[in-house]
Design a protein around this ligand. Sequence first.
Ligand code: HEM
Length: 374
Amino acid sequence: MPAPKVASTPTLPRPIRYQPAMETIGDHEAKTIQGLIETMDRIQTIVARDTGRAKRGVHAKAQGLLVGEFEVLPDLPPMLAQGLFASPQTYPAVLRLSTIPGDVLDDAVSVPRGAALKIVGVNGPRVPGSEQDATQDFLFVNGKAFGAATPDAFLRTLKLLAATTDRAPGLKKVLSSVTRGLEKIVEDVGGQSATLLTLGGYPAINILGDEFFTQGAILYGDYIAKLALKPFSDNLRALTRQKLNLSGHPDGIREAVVAFFQTNAAVWDIQVQLCTNLKTMPIENAAVVWPETESPYLSVARLHMPAQNAWRADKVELVDERMSFSPWHALAAHRPLGAIMRVRQAVYAAAARFRMDYNHQARVEPRSAADLPA
Ligand code: HEM
């Protein structure tokens, strides 16, 4: 007689506790940070010169701006109830969807996407440089690992991107369709090429169906983790890999977001992957995908976005122009970890300063719901 079926409960991972010796600061980090700041500055200078307006050095094009609520789930087991997630509270939150280049391109140049989340009104000890803030930012890109293992390797890629930052969208469109073809070939032989994707080979699909990942590690209270932001409500899941016709629609990605949120509310799932093995889940190399067979992503919070105008003028002014998102707007319990995450601290601050100064604006770091668009 066959054995009776028993419902399987997911076994919780056994996370390792963070210790400072787990991080190693490279000899050249300060020099690389300087190189990154200079290269971002070069990209921002070209765009500002050509358009009269300073933009973010990467992720310049916003593809939707959403204001809603971040809900920490109740009854989390102790290993997940850490830092911001220690108690089941609801916070105001802002989400800025973006595409990664430092210039605002026609969406026919299809590239990877970002999602920057700012949780507002959080309390607790903070990381250096963010002592005055009351926010916790998490920045995600729609790939499981970063394209470069080290800040030096990223600096080399960024220099290439800086060289393609110009006002030749026609050229980039051609490049995009060519790289999309090449990407198909790469996919067919079993892999995805980060370089090709960056240069415009990303599939033309709805951003609202994408899954996003922090790629780099953060402190997760006593532990170490990566985070993910994934479609949760059925209406978002239905958009996964939904094709968009982007030819002749230079802002087609944003148009799809605006059309959706005109009549729909939506929910994203926030998940945590705890580090259980420093060999297979390294902190210092952000290019390694942490194996989900060893430690799965587990739900810890939900991001609720009501129906709204995702591209209203007051939101553009406040969120796109005057806010900055950085993994270093953080609680001490969620300090960014590893080389890629460390170097971001100074680079984000410098890039935000560049655009605020150039555009004669003051940066806004919200403290409560009263500082957000209604
Ligand atoms: C060495 C590595 C990295 C560097 C130097 C870097 C640099 C930057 C800079 C300068 C900005 C613009 C900031 C501003 O003007 O306000 C930015 C934006 C952004 N970055 Fe990174 N980044 C790095 C890695 C990553 C990683 C690993 C992720 C996530 C997986 C990420 C996600 C984002 C997102 C989503 C934005 C847009 C933020 C917004 O909407 O304001 N970046 N990055």
